[in-house]
Design a protein around this ligand. Structure first.
Ligand code: ATP
Ligand code: ZN
Ligand code: MG
Length: 318
């Protein structure tokens, strides 16, 4: 990754005065985000969505030349695919499962009685065959594997999904439900690493064109528990994950707006996905956090979209 320099990513337009309204407060006050009473679960205004839509189109333009196959899934996946994916090994604390009432009339009466009494009514909820999608690329691996071995050129997918992660926070950039746009490459190690390298460059150019200060840094996923610490160290040491960070909430802890992940043969072995020559496929993905990039723009260019720099508006809306 030596080709990517790390320009100064250490500026914020103004510090939040201690005790004053936070960035999240200001987003609520301007109506850009709408409170639901749950941290990390927000409605969004038309203006906010106009930025998300423009970013989505910009990402499409950046990837247009490669002819990625577009697939869209609902923000949920099959529980059995989720179990096989290995997500619960790494991130049991972030997973969201869909449970439903499967009882009879007596069970229903109990629910109503609990509600009336203000006690826990969820005791009869049972796990369904549906779980919430944790990352936009998760549903695509079994779909690709079901088609048989990859063609010699490998495959490239274009995905977007709402993703769920149980990580409530007062930082507006850490939501429980957010949209992730992804390109996913499957093929040989050379093919998928070349893909990741080219997106490191394209993603950096895109964010610079949007007038955002940024830095590319090695990163790791928040693997759970003590064993997870080793996995995280390993991921960093092997250069498997990079993030494009922009200061949004603070300069000290900048926010990952894009991520560039090399999974080696993890998903290939998990899903029996093979290259044309029969060896296990390697995969990589680039993920764009659509709300996070929008929030970075709002933080740096202000909460009034009409007052954003003309060059930034032109990039987004032509
Ligand atoms: P972080 O280290 O900040 O938790 P992450 O490593 O979990 O980020 P990825 O799993 O790589 O992020 O997800 C891809 C992209 O999705 C991120 O680059 C980010 O832009 C976005 N994203 C991740 N988690 C959230 C969240 N809780 N709320 C909003 N966007 C998110
Ligand atoms: Zn992915
Ligand atoms: Mg995370």
């Amino acid at each position: 990754m030596e080709s990517i320099s790390s320009p100064a990513g250490d500026v914020l337009p103004e510090d939040e005065p201690a005790g004053g309204p936070t960035f999240l407060d200001r987003l609520f006050d301007h109506g850009l985000l709408v409170r639901t009473g749950v941290d990390g679960l927000y409605g969004r205004s038309g203006g906010f969505e106009s930025v998300v839509d423009a970013l989505d189109r910009m990402i499409t333009r950046l990837g247009a030349a490669e002819g990625a196959e577009v697939l869209r899934f609902p923000p949920a996946m099959s529980r059995s695919a989720f179990e096989r994916s290995g997500y619960l090994k790494g991130f049991p604390n972030l997973a969201g499962t869909v449970h439903s009432f499967c009882g009879d009339a007596r069970g229903h009466a109990e629910i109503l009685a609990c509600l009336e009494a203000g006690t826990d009514w969820t005791g009869q909820q049972e796990a369904t065959d549906v779980v919430l999608t944790p990352a936009a690329c998760y549903p695509v691996y079994p779909v690709a594997a079901a088609r048989g071995a990859l063609p010699a050129a490998g495959r490239l997918f274009d995905l977007q999904s709402y993703c769920f992660r149980r990580e409530p926070s007062l930082e507006p950039t850490r939501m429980q439900l957010f949209r992730m746009r992804e390109y996913v490459r499957m093929g040989s190690p050379e093919q998928v690493l070349a893909f990741r390298e080219s997106w490191l460059e394209r993603g950096t150019a895109m964010m610079r064109d949007l007038g955002l200060p940024l830095a590319i840094d090695a990163a790791n996923d928040p693997f759970f528990g003590r064993a997870g610490r080793m996995l995280a160290n390993n991921q960093r040491a092997q250069g498997l994950k990079f993030e494009l960070n922009v200061p949004v909430n603070s300069v000290d802890k900048p926010t990952a707006c894009l991520s560039f992940n090399y999974h080696q043969d993890h998903f290939g072995s998990t899903w029996d996905l093979h290259q044309a020559d029969g060896t296990v496929a390697h995969t990589a993905c680039v993920g764009f956090g659509l709300e996070r990039i929008t929030l970075a723009l709002l933080r740096h260019h202000g909460l009034d979209l009409a007052a954003w720099p003309e060059a930034v508006r032109a990039e987004l809306w032509g």
